[in-house]
Design a protein around this ligand. Sequence first.
Ligand SMILES: Cc1cc2nc3c(=O)[nH]c(=O)nc-3n(C[C@H](O)[C@H](O)[C@H](O)COP(=O)(O)OP(=O)(O)OC[C@H]3O[C@@H](n4cnc5c(N)ncnc54)[C@H](O)[C@@H]3O)c2cc1C
Length: 385
Amino acid sequence: MIDFSLSENQKRLLDLARDFAAGEIKPVAIEFDRESTYPEAILKKAHELGFLYTNIPKPYGGSGMTYLEHYLVTEALNYECCAIGQMIGIAHLASGAILLGGTEEQKKKFIGSMTESYRSACFCLTEPEAGSDAGVMQTTAEKKGDRYIINGSKCYITNGQYADLLCLFATMDRSLGTRGICCFAVPRNTRGIRVGRIEDKMGHRALNVVELFFENLEVGPDNLIGKEGEGFKLAMMALDRGRVNIAAICTGIAQKALDESIQRAKTRVQFGQPIGNHQGVQFMLADMNALIMASRAMYLQVGWMLDQGLRCTTEGALAKFFATDAVMKITTDAVQILGGSGYMRGAVVEKLMRDAKLTQIFEGTNQINRMVAGRGIMGGASKLF
Ligand SMILES: Cc1cc2nc3c(=O)[nH]c(=O)nc-3n(C[C@H](O)[C@H](O)[C@H](O)COP(=O)(O)OP(=O)(O)OC[C@H]3O[C@@H](n4cnc5c(N)ncnc54)[C@H](O)[C@@H]3O)c2cc1C
């Protein structure tokens, strides 16, 4: 019943992703981190190989991978640099709500026009006063006839500067709480969208993250995804899938940290022998490897569940906080194993440790994901067999 073997096509896909990461991302990862550069040339090459829209079904111009394949490829693409890897995979979260709640016509129109040429998207939920508590958002959608006039702002929006398509959440009635929130698909060229501050970040430095302002942004009924008031539900469903994605990303970062640590443990000699011969170092390597195996198994399980059409809110939250806490520990231990050389700017593991921190914060902090998982467990979820 349980089978970890890959088909020939899946092996080829994974090799392609690994080769791409090694050939295109590895040589520039440290430089892009230092300069905080938008990786446009890499994104264009990734597009040519079909890596920009891996999860999007073929009828809408995507590569049509299963969730399992998408998450495996995601781990491979994020191995050399998760910031560049995430810019490649940005459409996953941003297109999620539209794919889940849009009509056939809307999917063809919004997702199809994004995929037909090299275009990207962003997911606009968080606001200055609505972070973990996203339901209290202040961006409003006022109805005038059959039009919606949107005013407000969003913060920390990944790819907000470059996205051609915005998946935007706004409330029609704040007194209704989450049930007043709507989801809109908004093409970038719609009048009334302004980019604010471009964030300067601790890690994930090649990830474009900005503030966005909406000033009398006018959209029509064709832009409304799902029904009025269904936006929050769609956001949470998209995040269920996004959180598994984060677990796959973390597994890639963690594997890189372990590989760097093993290499150093074999070559650095102290007390007359490679440091990897000392039991204290071996214990760290063993703990790292165990956490990676568990993180990978968790994202594979949830990917499989999604491919079976099963709900994964609880399991996605469990995978997210487990893999992100794991990668934080693993990258911290990798710096420990490399000693002083790992602490210096330009060291691969120093970058990995800074990159790892964000994963415990975005797509729901780990406190929020523990709350989501805890609620689900109390309700009887997470019993697979
Ligand atoms: C680099 C980056 C990229 C991002 N990209 C996007 C994006 O593309 N789109 C988007 O919409 N958002 C994005 N975000 C926003 C991200 O999802 C939020 O930062 C996150 O949800 C947390 O919100 P906050 O930062 O306001 O923290 P707060 O909500 O202020 O939380 C602060 C602390 O309080 C804790 N806390 C809050 N409530 C509770 C509670 N009930 N119980 C226990 N602890 C609690 C939190 O866990 C956290 O530790 C991004 C953020 C960053 C940093």
